[in-house]
Design a protein around this ligand. Structure first.
Ligand SMILES: [Zn+2]
Length: 260
């Protein structure tokens, strides 16, 4: 019976029977795999710590003719701080969900794996605002899976818009010039430059992103709408984050502020 040893991150699970789980593991070498973990919900199981979402580990998996089975796992990182904070947990769950849905089955995608690994690392141990990190994750995620929005040329006529006074961000394609689209709020140059830089950086530099509240809201709004209209998945996950967004200046003020 073939056995594979691979590093991976648990993206999802489903309980079944009394103490078993079916895990989805996004692995570096084999893409997404679904595998049974027998008895992993028993407190004395050697797999009890491994069969949780966010866990990064070295998995030993049997791949028989039926469903694959997790034989063993050496946990490398649990990204525990994500669980200790509501905002980080919500954002981490959405990142995990988007990567789960985009990860190809039985086929590697090392760039997407690296993006997921770095995003969870910075969400746990980084210093940037979790929402800034999410904006950076989202545009890099879209780029990695082949849905990069247009940032420097109009998505409709293809003209370079970098010197235009007024441009807008369309949920269909990205930035558009004012000759092509006349309605809707314009997008700021700062937000566009922010998105362009986030695309160019390395995964290891994602923790450096620092956005003002206004630019963060612009980028989050633009990319969420773009993601919803471009992908067949992700809309439900992104809705989970709406409650985290701080109100922009023209909306009525609410007393709750982000905790420090
Ligand atoms: Zn145009």
């Amino acid at each position: 019976m073939p056995v594979i040893c691979t590093e991976g991150i648990v993206t999802r699970y489903a309980n079944y029977r009394e103490s078993d789980r079916i895990l989805s593991i996004f692995t570096i070498q084999h893409g997404r795999l679904d595998a049974k973990a027998r008895g992993c919900r028993k407190p004395q199981s050697p797999l009890v710590n491994a069969c949780q979402p966010f866990v990064f580990g070295q998995f030993e998996i049997f791949t028989g003719k039926d469903r694959a089975t997790v034989n063993a796992c050496e946990v490398r990182e649990t990204f525990y701080p994500i669980r200790e904070d509501y905002e980080r947990y919500s954002i981490g769950s959405v990142i995990l969900r988007l990567c789960h849905d985009a990860a190809p089955e039985n086929e590697p995608n090392e760039a997407l794996f690296s993006l997921l690994y770095h995003s969870l690392s910075f969400l746990s141990y980084g210093t940037s605002n979790p929402q800034d990190l999410f904006c950076c994750f989202l545009i890099r995620f879209l780029n990695t899976i082949g849905y990069r929005p247009s940032i420097t040329v109009c998505a409709q006529c293809g003209r370079d818009i970098r010197s235009d006074a007024i441009v807008r961000f369309s949920a269909r394609g990205g930035v558009v010039c004012s000759a092509c689209v006349q309605h809707g709020e314009p997008v700021s140059k700062t937000a566009l430059e922010g998105m362009r830089r986030m695309l160019l950086m390395e995964d290891a530099d994602m923790d450096r992103v620092k956005l003002s509240e206004q630019v963060r809201n612009e980028i989050f709004g633009a990319l969420s709408a773009y993601t919803e209209s471009s992908l067949e998945f992700g809309a439900k996950a992104l809705k989970m984050l709406e409650s985290l967004r701080t109100p922009t200046q023209h909306e009525p003020e609410t007393p709750d502020q982000e905790p420090h």
